[in-house]
Design a protein around this ligand. Structure first.
Ligand SMILES: [Zn+2]
Length: 398
């Protein structure tokens, strides 16, 4: 009896031990095992939705490969989302065997895009083809010292934009002389459009970042095509009109409609060339849009472009311009360009904080060669939370 009772008590103890302590422990171990093996691991990282771009200029594009890869690592560490690669400038492209233009003579890599874009993607960032020069087809330090005008204008001299005095280039005291294609002529549109399609088709870009899609200034273009077409469309001779006259308003809206035609015609072709591609643009500040015929808020509203990056360089007037832009209907697709070249890291951080306060969903840093001093502060400050670009998924606006 005594022995039997002992055995019964031992057995009950074991049972109590099992149900009271061991069983829940085993269940926990089992559940832990299930959660380790079956449930997806939940990342502690949370993302904000924002575009954080950097213009990758030619000055860094042809740096030694290890330096460029280090730059990409630094961009990734600072939670940058997109890299806009300089692919077209000074009448050249950065890739070999273009049907239209020569490769940049100082390109130290035979085909930099072939490995650069995969390296950007490998770091979880987007890559856009930044076609920097837009209608600007050629540059030379001094036009009087060379007959060269670049491939496009040497083949098609009639497409050269001229100002109201007949001058065929834009003189910049700091940078020299720039030659532009006539921004109104559909033949210019055709040349650029086909060039841009070539780059998009050849390399796995996530977007095309248009630039200089505008008239050089308010005194262009008075070429033969523009004179004939303006007269035909408006009944007016093409000549400079006083800024407050009705004719001037006609002149402004005629120029805007010429550029509207470019983007309306070609943006769908860019998207057709690579499904999922976003069409974005480096845009003029709001106070310069009218004088250059670049009606980009309308382009955003129409869905012809997916996003615009107005270049708001400098400190003066920055906040006033942002207040104006924040009233634009597609403020959600406006990611201002900030001048990390000219301004200190402290000012850049302050500007980005101001953008955030005004509800901007992104910004782009100008430019790759001048941001080494900015990235650590951004990574610890306004860019501390990882971001997903609003341009990174889903379909284009239209
Ligand atoms: Zn013209």
């Amino acid at each position: 009896m005594i022995i039997l009772k002992f055995i019964q008590e031992r057995s009950m103890m074991k049972s109590k031990l099992f149900t009271g302590t061991l069983m829940p422990l085993l269940i926990l171990v089992f559940l832990a095992g299930v959660s380790c093996h079956r449930a997806p691991r939940v990342e502690a990282v949370s993302y904000t939705v924002a575009e954080r771009g950097v213009w990758l200029n030619r000055s860094e594009l042809f740096a030694p490969r290890e330096e460029l890869l280090k730059l990409l690592d630094d961009l990734k560490a600072a939670n940058i989302t997109s890299v806009y690669i300089n692919t077209y400038f000074r009448g050249c492209v950065v890739y070999p065997d273009s049907e239209f233009l020569p490769i940049f003579a100082e390109a130290s890599e035979p085909d930099v895009l072939s490995w650069l874009i995969p390296e950007i993607h490998r770091r979880g960032m987007r890559a856009e083809s930044w076609v920097e020069y837009g209608f600007y087809a050629f540059h030379t330090p001094d036009a009087s010292k060379t007959e060269k005008r670049g491939v496009f204008l040497e083949k098609h001299p009639e497409l050269t934009a001229v100002d109201s005095s007949g001058l065929d280039h834009i003189h910049n005291t700091q940078w020299g002389d720039f030659f532009s294609l006539c921004p109104a002529n559909p033949k210019s549109h055709e040349l650029l459009g086909n060039l841009f399609v070539e780059g998009i088709k050849r390399y796995p870009f996530d977007g095309i970042n248009l630039d200089r899609m505008r008239f050089p200034n308010e005194n262009f273009c008075y070429c033969e095509y523009c004179k004939t077409q303006f007269q035909k469309d408006t009944g007016l001779p093409l000549k400079p009109y006083p800024a407050d006259s009705p004719e001037y308003k006609t002149f402004i809206s005629w120029r805007e409609s010429q550029l509207d035609t470019f983007i309306k015609t070609w943006a769908p072709r860019f998207r057709d060339a690579r499904p999922g591609l976003k069409v974005t643009m480096a845009a003029l500040p709001p106070d310069m849009m009218e004088s250059h015929g670049q009606n980009w808020d309308h382009w955003l509203e129409q869905g012809w472009v997916d996003a615009a990056m107005p270049m708001l360089y400098g400190e003066k007037g920055f906040e006033d311009r942002i207040r104006i832009l924040s009233k634009f209907p597609r403020w959600d697709r406006i990611y201002p360009g900030v001048d990390a070249h000219g301004l200190s890291p402290e000012v850049i951080q302050r500007q980005i904080r101001f953008l955030n306060k005004e509800g901007a969903q992104g910004c782009v840093l100008w430019y790759s060669g001048q941001i080494a001093d900015d990235l650590p502060g951004l990574a610890a400050g306004p860019f501390s939370q990882p971001a997903r670009s609003p341009l990174s998924s889903g379909k284009s606006s239209k």
